[in-house]
Design a protein. Structure first.
Length: 202
């Protein structure tokens, strides 16, 4: 038996009853359904990390990864209250990613070795502060950058913001990172994996 894929989409009657903010997404969802039907799109395995991603890099791997960053990187942080949990970077030239973790459950530092923690923080500081590396955030101007600044990081060459871009393109649509990631990048949703997620981009 061949695989069966279910592509949820809003009913047109829901849209015409005043929910026009969701209408621009419909064409993207229908296009994905068509590509699935014709075999032009294969959904990612939700049990695997994205390709070319390193979720627990060593210090040496971080410094080896910097080649190509001059084209720009996307940056996103995850925080628990005032505590930075992790920060992720994605290079725009090849879409490879690294995630630097600072804490795990219970606010325990991720790396037991102090020298490793210090080296990773220094690497992150160097990337964020570099004027030669353009940086794109999602809601960076209102959340990520103020949070990072409060923690002692300098952010230089803030080159763009995907939440602002989404607002300019479709002001009425939701602008959360997960919503846009599922719609445009066709990645599986992930925010539900964080039990106390409160939502963003409302």
């Amino acid at each position: 038996m061949s695989e069966v894929w279910i592509v949820p989409i809003l009913h047109p009657s829901y849209i015409i009853r005043g929910n026009w903010k969701h209408d621009p997404a419909q064409s993207h969802i229908l296009a994905m359904a068509a590509q699935l039907a014709y075999g032009d799109y294969e959904p990612p395995n939700i049990e695997d990390a994205p390709p070319d991603s390193n979720l627990d890099p060593t210090v040496e791997e971080l410094y080896a990864w910097v080649d190509g960053m001059e084209q720009g990187v996307t940056c996103d942080i995850e925080a628990a209250g005032p505590h930075l949990v992790c920060i992720g970077f994605c290079k725009l030239d090849d879409l490879s990613t690294v995630v630097v973790r600072f804490r795990k459950k219970g606010a325990v530092m991720w790396d037991a070795d102090w020298d490793v923690r210090r080296a990773k923080v220094e690497w992150v500081y160097g990337v964020l502060a570099s004027p030669d590396i353009p940086k794109v955030f999602h809601n960076g101007q209102a959340y990520d950058i103020p949070m990072l600044t409060t923690m002692g990081f300098d952010v230089s060459n803030y080159a763009g913001d995907t939440m602002l871009m989404a607002h300019v393109a479709y002001p009425e649509m939701p602008k959360g990172l997960e919503y846009l990631g599922v719609l445009y990048a066709r990645v599986p949703g992930w925010k539900h994996l964080t039990r106390d997620y409160q939502g963003e981009g409302k």
